[in-house]
Design a binder for this molecule. Structure first.
Ligand SMILES: [Zn+2]
Ligand SMILES: [Zn+2]
Length: 411
């Protein structure tokens, strides 16, 4: 290898190598001790060169290397253990980690100062890298820290490999046409999901959800152990989600297979969830998409059916006032159990009277993220101020509410 010739085999390097050899290090650990000398060589090649110029190879011994305990010599065995741990799983990218006896790691640091090496690399990071290369060579999978499908943890003291299966993510948008569906699986409050008389043994408050309807074909296709459903906000159970739909990321927990035929899955969904949920724009996603979806705070448009006797001119005047300044909205009573009780400034961006008849009227509202529309119409006993009811001076009641659009694609 041409690069080697440019490195000087100095007395310092030779001295470190000599001391390492005297301590019975394996070629891998000896080469690592002088890690940066002879760039481009593997650690064992490096060792061979060094020892060639400093009086022959180390005397063969049955004692395992005091640094790695023979771990590098047994790399093929560790690869076997990785493959066995991942049996029955589909994976294309992986990461290797390892757990070492802390005493052994401390011994390594002591050796660095003893030998005066300036080139040490830790046995753990070297082992992780070499194991990764060996697994790559055996399987053709891609090793590295980026978006692994599985993470191997070689437990050196125990002699076992544990595998963590990373989630698989699918993004899309859903429309919800059914006014009885919660967005996510809703465990029974009484039994917490174990099943009781109240929930008829199902463990659930509602028979199904957007999460379960959308997740079912994916769970079947991947053998996943479960799902997590991340929506860009959520609508009330009795509200429909219309327009272009609400962005979501479906997280499949511990999937056994990862190759998804998205058009086929979309076709299954269309049949299974017909009339209740429609899904569009399905595509592969990642953990970062979960963060993006959870952090987005887009404006939303709603259609609201309101019960109350008010003349059109009065409604129009109230809507004009409502959009002119911020509203102060205290956390509604109905969500106080899951959100801190405080007053938030919100804005009704646009509001329009669509039609009105005796005793009822229809509004289109566009509002800032986080605005509680039902409470803004009704007033929530003075917790939202001003409310539409307070502006028109008449009690109002929301008859129905639909989300018409999530404006996440507008800047
Ligand atoms: Zn060693
Ligand atoms: Zn129950």
């Amino acid at each position: 290898m041409a690069a080697v010739a440019t490195f000087e085999l100095t007395d310092a390097v030779r001295g470190v190598a000599q001391r390492g050899r005297d301590r019975g290090l394996c070629p891998e650990c000896l080469g690592r001790l002088v890690g940066r000398w002879g760039h481009g060589l593997s650690n064992s090649d490096r060792a061979a060169r060094l020892l060639g110029s400093s009086g022959g190879p180390p005397s063969p011994t049955d004692d395992p290397c005091p640094l790695c305990g023979g771990a590098f010599a047994r790399l093929p065995l560790w690869v076997d253990r990785c493959l066995r741990a991942a049996e029955g799983l589909e994976w294309h990218r992986f990461t290797c980690g390892s757990r070492w006896d802390p005493e052994r790691l401390a011994r390594e640091e002591a050796l660095w100062s003893e030998t005066g090496t300036e080139w040490g690399e830790s046995v753990r990071s070297a082992f992780n890298r070499e194991l990764g290369k060996a697994v790559e060579a055996r399987t053709g999978a891609l090793g590295g820290p980026e978006r692994p499908d599985v993470v191997f943890l070689a437990d050196l003291p125990v002699g076992r490999v544990d595998v963590t299966v990373m989630p698989l993510y699918v993004a899309g948008r859903y429309r919800k046409l059914d006014r009885t569906l919660p967005q996510t699986r809703w465990p029974c409050r009484r039994c917490g999901g174990r099943g009781c008389d109240t929930c008829g043994g199902t463990g659930k408050t509602y028979p199904t959800s957007v999460e379960e309807l959308v997740g079912a074909p994916f769970v079947r296709a991947t053998g996943a152990e479960g799902t997590r459903f991340h929506g860009m906000g959520r609508e009330d159970i009795d509200a429909r989600m219309l327009g272009g739909g609400r962005p979501f990321v479906l997280e499949l927990v511990r999937p056994r297979s990862r190759s998804l035929d998205l058009p086929a899955l979309a076709a299954q969904l269309e049949v299974e969830a017909a009339g209740r949920v429609e899904v569009r724009e399905l595509g592969p996603a990642s953990g970062e998409d979960v963060v993006r979806v959870k952090e987005a705070a887009p404006e939303k448009s709603y259609r609201v059916g309101v019960l109350g006797t008010v003349d059109r001119a009065k409604v129009n005047e109230a809507l004009r006032l409502a959009t002119a300044r911020a509203i102060a909205q205290r956390t509604p009573r109905r969500v106080a159990h899951r959100r801190s009780d405080r007053v938030r400034d919100r804005r009704i961006v646009a509001a329009r009277l669509v039609d009105g008849a005796e005793g009822r009227f229809t509004l289109d509202i566009r509002a800032e993220a986080g605005t509680y529309i039902k409470e803004w119409v009704e007033g929530d006993e003075g917790r939202t101020e001003p409310s539409l009811a307070s502006l028109v001076g008449t009690p109002l009641k929301v008859e129905y509410l639909d989300v018409l659009e999530i404006h996440d694609r507008e800047e």
